[in-house]
Design a binder for this molecule. Structure first.
Ligand SMILES: [Zn+2]
Length: 299
């Protein structure tokens, strides 16, 4: 049997929020089997936001979730790292409204999770297996889900910006913890210099800097640290997508094809999937491989 997991020991991390600009202290605390991933706003007393039950409140330059009037912003990079480590149960305490942006990637959260360690729990881990295709189109943006003949998450992501430094780029990824750490975790978030004034005027990106985001100018990257991968931008989109998929509260077996998508389309896909019970089934993780043989017949 494949067990649910939590972390072995408490760990803490502090840093600025990308949009709020405020310093936030975060503490990751082990949680019992069946709890799920739950945010706790310690600045608001005992305000809990279970990831599974929360609504997506905004997808403007980050994913914001909330419930009962309490929200938490920019959850996607941390959730992506937790997905990679197969952490099912965790309490995330924050003394502010936003998860720290760290260096704009998942790498500092990966280090934190290695420090915390993982431990198996007594409950069997469940996975969500895609059994029928699903597509969402919004103008020139598109995202689709398909069944697969293996037991992991596969992503094929294409970005297409009207910009000479990014233009069109694709990345195909087969998820595993090792692959995530090697290929995805250190890809940083990015923004265009031309958009920053407008973002600041709207009250966003107040904590943004060259230390936590790649800033793309008209014809060059403004950061002293150059790109970590030639295709760092599209790799970061894969990171974001995994973080948004984590809102489902369990690992996914399927293939996602995303074209020019973003948080809005990612979270629309999740919402549509949740409401479309014929497109998936929930099975014990250890049965996934066995279940594939019967699925093959219906593909
Ligand atoms: Zn991101």
């Amino acid at each position: 049997m494949i067990h649910e997991k939590t972390i072995k020991r408490e760990v803490s991390f502090s840093g600025v929020g990308l949009h709020s600009g405020k310093r936030v202290n975060m503490r990751l605390v082990p949680a019992s089997a069946g709890t799920g991933i739950v945010f706790k706003r310690t600045d608001l007393g005992s305000a809990y936001i279970p990831v599974c039950a929360a609504e997506v409140l905004s997808t403007f330059y980050a994913t914001t979730i909330g419930i009962n009037g309490v929200h938490v912003q920019t959850v996607e990079h941390l959730l992506s790292a937790l997905y990679a480590f197969s952490i099912d149960n965790l309490l995330i305490e924050l003394d502010g409204e936003e998860v720290p942006i760290a260096d704009g990637s998942c790498a500092p959260f990966i280090d934190l999770l290695f420090e915390a360690g993982a431990v198996n729990q007594e409950k069997e881990s469940m996975v969500l297996q895609i059994v029928a295709p699903l597509t969402i189109v919004n103008g020139d943006k598109k995202i689709s889900l398909f069944p697969v003949a293996h037991e992991s998450l596969e992503i094929s992501y294409t970005i297409a910006y009207q910009h000479p430094l990014i233009a069109k780029s694709s990345y195909t990824y087969l998820h595993s913890q090792d692959a995530f750490i090697k290929e995805i975790a250190s890809a940083r978030t990015f923004g265009f210099l031309k958009d920053i004034k407008q973002l600041l005027a709207k009250g966003y990106a107040k904590g943004g800097s060259l230390e936590n985001a790649i800033v793309v100018g008209e014809d060059k990257i403004l950061n002293q640290e150059q790109l970590r991968f030639e295709d760092e931008f599209v790799r970061h989109k894969v990171l974001d997508l995994i973080g948004d998929i984590a809102l489902l509260g369990m690992r996914v077996i399927g293939r996602i094809e995303a074209y020019h998508a973003g948080h809005q389309l990612h979270t629309e896909l999740i919402k549509t999937l949740r409401n479309n019970e014929t497109a998936f089934r929930i099975i014990p993780a250890s049965n996934a491989v066995c279940a594939l043989s019967s699925l093959h017949c219906s593909l």
